[in-house]
Design a protein around this ligand. Structure first.
Ligand SMILES: Cc1cc2nc3c(=O)[nH]c(=O)nc-3n(C[C@H](O)[C@H](O)[C@H](O)COP(=O)(O)O)c2cc1C
Length: 351
């Protein structure tokens, strides 16, 4: 990416609520990858979060970025979902803190460059699930801001968390990550060439081994973004109970839910989700107004509270998001040993 080089082609995907904070992000950055702090309800543990969610989230975001900077000299990004009501404030705060990269998906970040002040070095990386979305963003950014994205994350249907697909597309061979990566690479190539820049494509969703990294890079990706594997590391900021939920997950437990965000989401099935599926609502007074797209009257539960409970290991009151390969995880590794094993698998595929 223009002026920013990481030692290994691995981005740790931003994971909210509170799963990837300064601890995980700095550990990944210290190993030469890109560490990403998730901003979705990052301030949920601030004492004034119910009365003043906007300020609480900004304060917590700034603190996490500063904490990460103390723990690493590596590359630190933040993940800011377009669907968040305080999107603009979070973007401004991240740029003020000179974060290296903003990753932004769950909607099209069409006005993201408008927040870049003169001299800001923060790179802007949209997360997309189609070549169409990538082209649309490029065209809008070029026309309005004369700016091309510094890279794209292309997230396929096997990812954990919210998915940029219709449910019926998830198993459609027309929407595999491999296909999407090739399409996005081909679509942005002429635009990048015209401007004499490189726009790396980072592949996400279901990447599990070093071999997977190599295979997708052979199709044109410059690197990968991985979530699930980093969620089950020692340094991941979630409680042991959250990591255990992923370790215990069997293939059939990895289900797609209709999230209150208004998108499908992949999660580990549990009693909480079974109750929701059975129509048992968990009434709530929308405490944080965190999502533009959440309709409280129709939402069977508060997703911020459910994910925050899961982060604390209280799976009775919530659920864990996870990618479709989560059933393969059977132990908690350190970030260092996970990355070492990925590197070894990657290089073995050369011989
Ligand atoms: C627990 C969890 C939380 C996630 N939260 C977010 C989020 O807040 N914002 C976002 O853009 N993506 C989120 N994701 C997606 C990841 O950043 C990443 O792209 C995805 O997990 C990649 O797929 P993989 O898990 O198969 O590696 C989340 C994924 C997981 C597993």
């Amino acid at each position: 990416m223009n002026g920013l080089v990481c030692r290994i082609p691995i981005v740790q995907g931003g994971m909210g609520v509170g799963i990837s904070m300064a601890g995980l992000a700095s550990a990944v950055a210290n190993e030469g990858g890109v560490g990403v702090i998730a901003t979705a309800m990052i301030g949920i543990n601030e004492s004034d979060v119910s009365s003043n969610p906007v300020e609480a989230n900004i304060r917590a975001l700034k603190r996490e970025i500063r904490k990460a900077r103390i723990l690493t000299r590596g590359i630190i990004g933040v993940n800011i979902m377009v669907a968040l009501t305080n999107y603009a404030d979070l973007v401004k705060a991240a740029i003020e803190e000179s974060v290296d990269i903003i990753f932004s998906g769950a909607g099209l970040p069409l006005d993201l460059p408008s927040y870049l002040s003169n001299g800001a070095k923060t790179k802007l990386v949209p997360i997309v699930s189609s070549a169409r979305a990538a082209i649309l963003i490029c065209k809008k950014w070029l026309a309005k801001y004369s700016y091309l994205p510094d890279a794209f994350v292309v997230e396929g249907p096997k990812a954990g968390g919210h998915l940029g697909f219709k449910v019926e597309q998830l198993n459609d061979p027309d929407f595999t990550l491999e296909k999407l990566v090739k399409e996005v690479v081909a679509a942005i190539k002429p635009l990048a060439a015209e401007r004499g820049v490189l726009v790396p494509v980072i592949a996400a969703g279901g990447i599990y081994t070093g071999r997977d990294i190599r295979d997708i890079m052979e199709l044109g990706a410059s690197g990968v973004q991985m979530g699930t594997r980093f969620a089950v590391t020692l340094e991941c900021d979630a409680a042991p109970g959250f990591k255990q939920a992923l370790i215990l997950a069997k293939k059939e437990d990895l289900i797609v839910i209709n999230s209150p965000v208004g998108m499908p989401g992949r999660a580990v099935r549990n009693h909480f989700l079974d109750e929701v599926e059975n129509g048992n609502k968990k009434p709530f007074n929308c405490p944080y107004k965190c999502l533009k797209t959440c309709n409280q009257a129709e939402s069977p539960y508060c997703i911020a509270l459910a994910l925050a409970a899961a982060k604390k290991g209280k799976l009775k009151n919530g659920f864990a998001f996870a990618g479709s390969n989560a059933f393969r995880v059977n132990e908690i590794l350190s970030v260092k040993s996970l990355i070492a094993s990925l590197q070894q698998e990657f290089s073995l595929t050369y011989s």
